[in-house]
Design a protein around this ligand. Structure first.
Ligand code: NAP
Length: 291
């Protein structure tokens, strides 16, 4: 992949479709409680992360904002993402929820704001597409007002994107979806990249309780490169042009998770990892979720 040539550390930038850029590895904060998040985010920035991923529903935006302040790094040198939670969909609620997110983070703009999950037909029937369209219209207006540098989606499948594009004026820059060994989402990744939408991987290590890091194939490949299975998993994503968002509250793991640019998986190893199945993870179907 041509973009690989330029990616040599976690803050190497990838292009988004609106002319902005994004660091190729982000730091995740899901399940990081508010009382831990401030220090964890400060530590992550201290060891080198500049791309931080949070969400209103994580309940830690205020702590994440404080951690960022404590780090002493200029806001302009960071890339901060948050997400609109599901009970705030719709034009007015999206605008209000966005402002609340900014207030909690103590910021006056976001680098990236995502719709966390699409409204699905299971919950909203024939209204689902219209709800997503109205939510997106608010995101577009916030973007045009300069309050967000790029807008995108999370957990949207190709058919949700096709629906959205019927009325969208701004194309989504990113889709953040679950991708890890055992859950490669190959067809969706192909679709997104073909449409110039950057793919971000949530649960890039499989998430809490998955078996990615104890899998035999992963461990054998890791051994060959004197790396860990976690590093192999992140490398497998990077080599597909996917942005991983590893989460750890432990400094030594934060450091380990960024040390993935001094080895390259062979095509055969990439294929082998892509063929793994049943390694756990949420493996949620956005059309079936009820939250
Ligand atoms: N858009 C969405 O719907 C969505 C959903 C889920 C997640 N996300 C985003 O994606 C980020 C990543 O997903 P995730 O947090 O679910 O899962 P993850 O990053 O795949 O895995 C995190 C788990 O792995 C452990 N871990 C981290 N580095 C490790 C290492 N080097 N060796 C061994 N264990 C390691 C962490 O433990 P310790 O913390 O104890 O080290 C934690 O239990 C989230 O934090 C969030 O920002 C988005």
């Amino acid at each position: 992949m041509k973009m690989m040539i330029e990616l040599n550390n976690i803050n190497s930038r990838m292009n988004l479709n609106n002319g902005t850029t994004i660091p190729c590895v982000g730091y995740g904060t899901f399940r990081t409680p508010a009382d831990v998040a401030e220090k964890a985010v400060e530590d992550a920035i201290k060891v080198g992360y500049r791309h931080i991923d949070t969400a209103a529903v994580y309940g830690n935006e205020e702590a994440v904002g404080k951690g960022i302040k404590d780090s002493g790094i200029d806001r302009k040198d960071l890339f901060v993402t948050s997400k609109l939670w599901n009970d705030n969909r719709g034009y007015d609620s999206t605008k209000k929820a966005f402002q609340e997110t900014l207030d909690r983070l103590q910021m006056n703009y976001l680098d990236l704001y995502l719709i966390h999950w699409p409204a699905n037909q299971k919950q909203f029937g024939t209204q689902a597409a219209e709800i997503n369209a109205e939510t997106w219209r608010a995101m577009e207006d916030l973007y045009k007002e300069g309050k967000i540098k790029a807008i995108g989606l999370s957990n949207f499948m190709p058919h949700h994107i096709v629906d959205l594009m019927r009325t969208a004026k701004v194309a989504p820059a990113v889709d953040q979806i679950e991708v890890h060994p055992g859950w490669p989402h190959t067809e969706q990744v192909k679709y997104l990249q073909a449409h110039n939408i950057v793919v971000e991987a949530w649960a890039p290590l499989g998430g809490q309780g998955a078996h990615v890091m104890t899998n035999k194939t992963m461990l054998a490949i890791a051994d060959k490169y004197h790396k860990t299975a976690a590093q192999v998993s992140l490398r497998w994503l990077i080599q597909q042009g996917i942005i991983p968002l590893p989460k750890s509250v432990h400094e030594e793991r934060m450091i380990q998770n960024k040390d993935i640019f001094d080895f390259a998986l062979t095509d055969d190893e990439m294929r082998k990892i892509s063929m793994l199945t049943n390694l756990g993870g949420q493996c949620a179907d956005p059309d079936e979720v009820e939250f």
